[in-house]
Design a protein around this ligand. Structure first.
Ligand SMILES: Nc1nc2c(ncn2[C@@H]2O[C@H](COP(=O)(O)OP(=O)(O)OP(=O)(O)O)[C@@H](O)[C@H]2O)c(=O)[nH]1
Ligand SMILES: [Mg+2]
Length: 278
């Protein structure tokens, strides 16, 4: 255990996550979009299990501290991978525990939320909408300023075929960002995210793949500069940090998430269960 800013005891990872030089990156997105593959690509290590199937491959929130290695840039990152957290009901105990782990790991501040889509299926599904609504509810609208949109499966051999998709997605008035602004009633000042198109496959010795991961790194660093080198934080995170014991933190997060889910359910017509990712 190490001493944190407030004198409280922090785990090794928490200590480094609270260091302003550490990048804290959280992947979010629907099942199978390539979240775990992206984090593996960043640190150039097969840390997270990846794959495709009827069930989500990632089952638990996991955070690891690694150097950003693709490209090698001498920055440490806390890489937070996520499963679907609340897939059927907020009352599901296991899902709630994932929410607790997740928000505790974010509470020291977040450099960027990497919202991951597969370029071959960029629908804004109900689950993703509900997840983003929950984030807005808990974290406030400022969190939108820390979102980076990442489109995976832009493999080199497909790139030419995907150019039209990319043009549609990046269209300034009809594209993906204006669509998100319409759905969440955001203006350009609040939501003007970088969009990065990349492949997470066969990165070694592949200039094409590495160039696009470099673009992602540049986007993260640019975001950091634009936000005055301040990680995202909010009143709710501060409340988590100042809650004395781990059990009390957990209870506080659970009651906040339940409260927020209640208001999202009444605001959305399409079902209302929140699933973070799937
Ligand atoms: N061709 C190609 N395949 C990719 C790319 N990114 C991910 N994949 C594949 O897509 C599948 C899903 O990738 P994962 O990284 O496991 O996706 P995930 O979002 O973590 O999935 P869950 O944990 O189940 O939610 C795997 O078979 C990956 O190898 C990419 O850029 N190009
Ligand atoms: Mg995964």
């Amino acid at each position: 255990m190490l001493a944190g800013r407030s004198g409280s005891e922090l785990s090794h990872d928490q200590f480094y996550a609270s260091d302003p030089k550490t990048l804290v990156l959280s992947c979010l997105g629907a099942m199978g979009n390539g979240k775990s593959s992206l984090l593996n690509a960043i640190c150039d290590e097969q840390i997270y299990r990846t794959g495709r199937g009827a069930e989500p491959i990632t089952r638990h929130v996991e955070a690891v501290m690694r150097p950003w290695s693709n490209p090698p840039v001498s920055r440490y990152c806390q890489l937070i991978d996520t499963p679907g957290m609340c897939d059927s009901s907020a009352r599901d105990r296991a899902n709630m525990q994932e929410c607790v782990r997740y928000f505790k790991s974010l509470s020291f501040g977040v450099s960027a939320f990497l919202l991951v889509f597969n370029i071959n299926d960029t629908r804004l599904d109900a689950y993703t909408q509900n997840m983003l609504s929950l984030f807005e509810q808990l974290l406030g609208r400022e969190f939108w300023k820390y979102v980076i949109l990442v489109f995976t499966h832009v493999d080199e051999h497909n790139r030419d075929l995907l150019e039209d998709n990319i043009d549609v997605l990046t269209d300034p008035s009809e594209g993906f960002v204006p669509e998100l602004r319409r759905v969440f009633r955001l203006d350009e000042r609040t939501f003007d995210p970088p969009m990065v198109f990349l492949t997470t496959q066969r990165l070694r010795y592949n200039a094409y793949a590495q160039r696009h991961l470099q673009q992602l790194y540049n986007s993260v660093v640019q975001l950091e500069k634009d936000r005055g080198n301040k990680k995202f934080t909010c009143g709710w995170f501060n409340q988590i940090l100042s809650t004395p014991t781990e059990d009390q933190k957990s209870n506080f997060i659970i009651s906040s998430v339940r409260g927020a889910l209640g208001s999202i359910r009444s605001a959305f017509t399409g079902g209302g269960s929140w699933c973070a990712m799937q």
